[in-house]
Design a protein. Structure first.
Lengths: 222, 215
């Protein structure tokens, strides 16, 4: 079973490297959105410092939504998804592996580049770690929740719009807690409480979302 | 292949399938035992693919059940699927991966551990020597079908094969090769269920046929 999971992750990463434009689109979107804010708002360091956590988090949320459509669509179109459904590995595990690969491709780059982007906001250096950590805990949750939505809307016409409507309300708590962690740290309160909450959410979503997505996939493929 | 002897039988009981408003078939029943070959015939849209998908447990029938060794396949799940090879209309190949990579992924997902040498050998058997390291994108339709079917050469231990139009896009040589693979598999004591519009001549001790027109 572990061999199958490794194989799924390896395959998705291999596909991403052979078709790197997909990966770059998400990253570029994130970079552009975040970079436009300082240009549009003007050089007021105090204001920029205040809005930085929110802007970075909203941009990360939108960027990760941009990538959601693709999570199962290609596998559905070429029949690989059917083979996963009929595989020897429980589907929930296969889905978990796919979500992990999806996060490595579309979430991890955002986490890694976020400290660099935050510098444009004159963001205090000692808080860059908190920002990256909150994203590192939060973006996998977005991928996990998004997987359920992507599975439910698979093969639907206009599924993209429906997908956004489905997952956005579920993304909001993650956004509030994630951006809140950085703001709390900036105000000197320390963001541990929010980060722990995010960690808890991640464990919860990691345990249940793949199975929910698996059930949704079985329904979609019928 | 001792593993395929004493193969549980696949039984369909009173199957009923409705797609949209149309009833494709109802009251359909069959039993497929090890060493038997079942061919589903019928015109386009008569429900051949639906029947195969129901038999695999991909599609829930409107009524009736499919059982494997006496248990509902939709309850058995992985226990059934780990012994099944399903090759559908879609080839389940990734354009950006090579033929060998695609075959390895397909085998690993199905729980078959195949060594590199076996994968090369399976592709050679299907007439794809020299194409192992090319992206599938560059292959023709027939060659893609061959890559998908190369899995059969590595699935000798799987007691049930379900093949949806395996001969589509294949030339005569490849068709003969696949027919031989199916024939050998049935003679090993495994069960094979397939549909085709081609005139296939597969030698099997017990050859069954279901005509979806009549039901």
């Amino acid at each position: 079973m572990l061999a199958a999971l490794r194989c799924v992750i390896h395959r998705d990463l291999l596909l991403a490297t052979r078709r790197s434009s997909d990966v770059l689109t998400v990253l570029l979107f994130f970079v552009i959105v975040v970079s436009l804010f300082p240009l549009g708002i003007g050089p007021d360091p105090a204001l920029l410092r205040t809005i930085a956590p929110g802007v970075v988090w909203v941009a990360a949320l939108l960027a990760s939504m941009l990538a959601l459509n693709r999570m199962f669509a290609a596998d559905h179109a070429d029949g690989t998804l059917e083979q996963m459904l009929l595989g020897a590995t429980p589907l929930g595990m296969t889905v978990a592996a796919k979500v992990f690969a999806h996060w490595l491709i579309s979430g991890l780059p955002l986490v890694l580049i976020s400290p660099v982007l935050a510098l444009q906001f004159d963001f205090p250096q000692e808080l860059l770690g908190v920002l990256a950590l909150s994203l590192a805990l939060g973006t996998p949750i977005l991928s996990l929740i998004g997987a359920i939505g992507a599975a439910l809307t698979l093969g639907l016409r206009g599924g993209g719009a429906l997908l956004s409507l489905l997952v956005l309300p579920l993304y909001v708590p993650v956004l509030i807690i994630g951006a809140g962690a950085v703001e709390a740290a900036a105000s000197g309160l320390g963001g541990q409480a929010q980060l722990l909450l995010l960690g808890g959410l991640l464990v919860f979503a990691g345990a249940f979302a793949p199975w929910a997505a698996a059930v949704a996939l079985r329904i979609s493929v019928e | 292949m001792e593993k395929t002897s004493g193969v549980p039988s696949l039984e369909a009981l009173d199957l009923h399938c409705t797609r949209g408003e149309r009833t494709l078939f109802k009251g359909l029943a069959f039993t497929l035992r090890g060493g038997e070959l079942l061919r589903i015939v019928g015109a386009n849209g008569s429900g051949k693919t639906s029947l195969l998908r129901i038999a695999c447990g991909l599609l829930e029938p409107t009524g009736g059940t499919v059982r494997w060794g006496g248990e509902d396949v939709r309850r058995l799940q992985e226990e059934f699927w780990s012994r099944l090879v399903y090759i559908g209309h879609a080839n389940a190949l990734k354009d950006d991966l090579t033929a060998a990579e695609n075959l390895r992924v397909a085998c690993t997902l199905a729980g078959i551990g195949a060594r590199d040498a076996q994968i090369v050998e399976a592709l050679r058997l299907l007439g794809l020597s020299g194409f192992e390291r090319l992206p599938v994108r560059t292959l023709s339709q027939g060659q893609r079908r061959r890559v998908a079917l190369a899995r059969l050469a590595l699935s000798e231990t799987m007691p049930l094969w379900v093949l949806d139009e395996p001969f589509t896009a294949l030339d005569a040589a490849a068709m003969n090769c696949v027919q031989d693979l199916i024939g050998e598999h049935v003679s090993r004591g495994a069960a094979v269920m397939y549909t085709t519009h081609h005139e296939a001549s597969i030698t099997a001790a017990v050859s069954l046929r279901i005509d979806l027109e009549g039901s």
